[in-house]
Design a protein around this ligand. Structure first.
Ligand SMILES: [Zn+2]
Length: 59
């Protein structure tokens, strides 16, 4: 699971569990993020770290 983008409404998260792609919007990062489509969970801190690291790499 990765954060695809940060928008004014929150974060767009991509879930690629179960060889499907699910995307969903979360208003804010709590302790964990749960995919509403398949129920997979990820630690929000891991998602945020990956997002900001990739953001810096792209800059
Ligand atoms: Zn999912």
């Amino acid at each position: 699971m990765v954060i695809d983008a940060k928008i004014t409404e929150g974060y767009v998260v991509l879930c690629d569990e179960h060889s499907e792609m699910h995307s969903f919007l979360i208003g804010s990062l709590g302790l964990s993020v749960e995919c509403p489509h398949c129920g997979s969970t990820a630690l929000a801190t891991d998602l945020a770290t990956d997002y900001y690291l990739s953001d810096q790499a792209a800059a």
